[in-house]
Design a protein around this ligand. Structure first.
Ligand SMILES: *Cc1c(COP(=O)(O)O)cnc(C)c1O
Length: 396
């Protein structure tokens, strides 16, 4: 089995050689002056990816889950009401985390395959005359279903209800792959991580925090020590860290930001759309169905695909792994056994996507799926050939 085979899971994503080299550095003293020179510009440069000039970027040595915890524990108090919709495994996990922290979580159950229900949020917020709801939580890209939510629409709903709640957004599987406009959308905290769009190893939660969220922090009473924004910001102000920083990831992030900038963020987003569309054309040609219910919900970073009736998606992903040495995403939660996922984010090119489509096609054919070998591949090939060429095919 070759470690040259790309992974087609929606994170952690393939790490380009350039970033693997950037992370391969010897131990350095994080209290030495050169650490300041390395770290401070990285925080500053990250802002562009979040689409913020007013926000503060804060990182922790953690996975994305730690970012969720940091977001709520710094802005909310025990018993505070928060509003969130459940439409996949990741929104579900954030709900669970909030409940375990003693928040009063009002959940809007939403069919898996749909996104954040802005209209229902608006109804609920309009009815909340006392402003008991302190925060609205949204998973921008539900990685379990391949559904993208419209954050601008959620902001518009909050504004229409004239509601002062914070807007906290999980963009772990969308940031640096799909457009994110923190300032424009009035997002108060955006949570991300190193191992998806940033194409790095796992281990760094990366957040951007609005001035309004920082103001809320002053009265927030949930317990926090390791994830306290105040300690982090105080140390960051002089270019330092309140404890030992994940140095290798900081070097990695510096290089990742340079790569994103060289390709151009707009081109990065266009590449993701282009590759995602190739995958969707393949799904159509196979005669299979996406979990995402309509084109406005299609994620450009991951596609969740129902297997035909009578087939087990776990058997398919297992077979692809054991026979061909390639990982695809399994169906999570309600989707377990019913759908598999193709991750198409991060460091990815047309030929890489084609190799994934060819592989899953072989796996499906091996297991007797009613698909014609080569059909999805040809559809993606046609899309890639006919769509106008995208820049930086070799750089990513
Ligand atoms: C990957 C992911 C997370 C974070 O998961 P970790 O395993 O803790 O990094 C959170 N939300 C979404 C939408 C994700 O895709």
């Amino acid at each position: 089995m070759s470690d040259q085979n790309p992974v087609f899971i929606p994170g952690p994503t393939n790490i380009p050689d350039r970033l693997r080299r950037a992370m391969m550095v010897q131990t350095q003293d994080h209290r030495a002056p050169d650490f300041v020179e390395t770290f401070a510009p990285v925080l500053e440069k990250s802002k562009r990816v979040f689409g913020t000039t007013q926000g503060t970027v804060i990182t922790f040595p953690a996975s994305g889950t730690g970012g969720w915890e940091a977001a709520i524990s710094n802005t909310l108090s025990p018993g505070d009401k928060v509003l969130i919709a459940r439409y996949g495994m990741f929104s579900h996990r954030w709900i669970d985390l909030c409940q375990r922290h003693g928040l009063d979580v009002e959940v809007i159950e939403t069919p898996w395959g749909q996104g954040a229900p802005a209209a229902r949020f608006e109804e609920r917020l309009t009815a909340d005359k006392e402003h008991a709801i302190k925060a609205v939580l949204v998973t921008h890209n539900e990685t379990a279903t391949g559904v993208k939510s419209d954050i601008a629409a959620v902001r518009a709903a909050m504004d229409a209800a004239n509601h002062p709640a914070l807007l906290l957004v999980d963009a772990v599987s969308s940031l640096a792959s799909m457009p994110f406009e923190m300032d424009q959308w009035g997002v108060d905290i955006c949570v991300s991580g190193s191992q998806k769009g940033f194409m790095l190893a796992t281990g760094m939660a990366i957040l951007a925090v609005s001035p309004k969220a920082l103001a809320a922090m002053e009265s927030a009473k949930l317990h926090r020590t390791f994830f306290d924004f105040r300690d982090m910001m105080k140390a960051n102000a002089t270019g330092g860290f309140p404890y030992t920083p994940p140095l290798q990831l900081i070097y990695g992030l510096r290089e990742s930001l340079a790569m994103l900038e060289e390709e151009g963020l707009e081109n990065v987003y266009a590449r993701h759309t282009h590759l995602a569309e190739g995958v969707r054309q393949a799904v159509r040609a196979w005669g299979l169905r996406l979990v995402a219910e309509s084109p406005d919900l299609y994620s450009d970073t991951v596609s969740a695909i129902y297997v035909p009736e009578g087939f087990d998606s776990n058997a398919l992903t297992d077979h692809a792994f054991h026979r061909y040495g390639v990982s695809f995403g399994i169906g999570l939660g309600e989707m377990n056994g019913k759908a598999f996922r193709i991750g198409h984010l991060g460091s990815l090119t047309e030929p890489m996507v084609l190799s994934g489509l060819a592989t899953i096609e072989m796996a499906m054919a091996d297991l007797g799926y009613p698909i014609r070998l080569g059909s999805g591949l040809a559809a993606a090939q046609e899309h890639f050939r006919s769509a106008h060429s995208i820049p930086s095919q070799s750089a990513a």
